[in-house]
Design a protein around this ligand. Structure first.
Ligand SMILES: NC(=O)CC[C@H](N)C(=O)O
Length: 477
């Protein structure tokens, strides 16, 4: 059965897929040749669990999505002060390959080519006579670092590298301009060579989502537990991705999507929801800025439909399950007959209570949902207590409500304790909206049953509901 989150992602992709605008990059034959229809989306959540849809097995070259990673390496090696002395952090408002510097003759930021080539140069020995072996050694470190962030061994595409190198006049112009200022401490050709190699590393959307989750997680890969960089570096990388990651449209991007992100001309976009998750999207047709058309649209939907904007302010978004217990210590009500009571006593441990707390948004609801489904073998009925939730956003509400549906498909009962009517009030409104399709919910609720028989005002009511269910089950047998 398709999981709820997969259903959301599929719905978003189905909405975006018909957009065939834009053009694949054609400055080298390897990029011009890719299937323009390719489309994939992966989401890696805080514990490393990854959702992937579409052509997520298709690999593509990382291109400029490499820039935040090499910048992270330069920061790690030299420290922020030394790096800031060489590379600015201001949005350029210019194209990614603009031949320009700021008034201190620094590249304006590390997300445009000038800054990225400079960052790559900082990974080479500080002397002019670097040779092939020095470049190989630096590239081995790059590959090792990117792989550690992705959680998988990555490889470089030798053909793309050869083509990038053969056609990179503009990048050469940038490197030589920087060199003419006396800024580079190494050979411009070596810096370019390293930059072309890093752009030619092949990744999938799962890799990008894993890299994104590593950044989201403050430098620790949630799948492997490997610590790749510090919190300070993660914060810095997220900052420049926010202000400079999507080139000229940075302000617009923050407003409409609100996820630090980086795009590449290979068609990939990496986006991050700090503290929560990483996103990888792939679709090779690009807009005039060099950003994937469907990739941008997909991010807009993710932000809007799933409430993933970074300024969707919540408290305790990850401390969501407050406690879990069964009914063993809670006496069976006197309302039942002796026979019923003795039966109910035998299944006290088959009823699980999950108490939630904090504000519930996509990431928290996703973990609750997955936890409840994975614990399913341990219970016959579940009571979800939400009296301590503050805000429950639209997508989280749908996810909480759909727990009932997911469980009833397997013959289990789910009851919700909602004393403040957090969810009930909405269900009432929703029932009304149901008769008026214009008022549809922000996420497609096809297949969601707006009737909600198992929402209760008190724990006692919920227990009674579950007991009734268990008894009915026993009599049916
Ligand atoms: N925006 C990009 O992805 C650019 C990467 C490309 N290799 C270049 O340097 O021009």
């Amino acid at each position: 059965m398709e999981s709820l989150v997969d259903g959301y992602l599929r719905h978003i992709m189905d909405n975006v897929r018909p957009d065939r605008s834009g053009h694949v990059a054609d400055y080298i034959p390897e990029l011009a040749r890719v299937d323009p229809e390719g489309y994939a989306l992966s989401l890696c959540v805080h514990d490393g669990h990854t959702y992937s849809l579409g052509d997520s097995a298709t690999s593509f070259t990382i291109q400029s999505v490499s820039k935040p990673l090499t910048y992270a390496m330069a920061l790690h090696r030299h420290g922020p002060e030394a790096v800031d002395a060489k590379i600015g952090v201001e949005p350029s408002g210019e194209a990614f390959n603009e031949i320009s510097v700021d008034d201190r003759r620094r590249p304006k930021n590390p997300m445009i080519n000038a800054g990225a080539i400079f960052a790559a140069s900082m990974l080479l020995p500080s002397r002019r006579d670097v040779d092939e072996a020095d470049i190989d050694a630096a590239f081995t470190q790059i590959l090792e670092f990117y792989s550690g962030c992705a959680g998988r061994r990555l490889e470089m595409d030798a053909d793309v590298y050869a083509s990038e190198k053969a056609t990179g006049s503009r990048n050469r112009a940038i490197a030589y301009m920087l060199d003419s200022f006396g800024a580079l401490e190494t050979s411009p050709d070596a810096a370019l060579d390293l930059y072309f190699r890093q752009c030619s590393i092949r990744v999938t959307t799962e890799d990008l989502a894993g890299i994104g989750a590593t950044i989201a997680n403050g430098g620790e890969n949630p799948r492997t537990g490997r610590v790749m960089f510090s919190h300070e570096i993660a914060q810095r990388v997220l900052s420049v991705m926010t202000t400079c990651g999507m080139y000229d449209g940075a302000g617009d991007w923050v407003t409409s999507v609100g996820l630090p992100a980086k795009s590449g001309v290979g068609g990939g976009i990496l986006a991050v929801l700090p503290g929560q998750l990483g996103i990888g999207v792939y679709s090779p047709r690009l807009d005039e800025h060099g950003n994937s058309v469907r990739g941008v649209e997909t991010c807009e939907h993710l932000s809007r439909d799933l409430g993933l904007h970074m300024f969707n302010v919540t408290r305790e978004s990850r401390v969501t399950i407050r406690s879990v217990y069964d009914l063993t210590d809670i006496p069976v009500s006197d309302d039942w007959t002796d026979r019923e009571r003795s039966y109910l006593r035998t299944c006290r441990d088959k009823v699980r209570v999950y108490e939630l707390q904090g504000d519930l948004t996509f990431a928290g609801a996703e973990s609750v949902h997955r936890r409840l489904l994975s614990d399913m073998d341990d219970y016959a009925a579940v009571i979800v207590e939400i009296s301590r939730l503050g805000v429950v956003d639209a997508v989280a509400r749908t996810m909480v409500l759909s727990i009932k549906r997911a469980l009833s498909d397997t013959g289990r009962r789910a009851a919700l304790v909602d004393p403040d009517g957090l969810v009930r009030a909405w269900v009432e409104r929703q029932r009304e909206a149901w008769t008026n399709p214009k008022d549809s919910a922000p996420v497609d609720l096809k297949g969601f049953d707006p009737a909600l028989p198992h929402v209760h005002a008190t724990m006692e009511e919920a227990i009674l509901d579950v007991e009734t269910f268990l008894l009915k089950d026993a009599y049916d047998e």
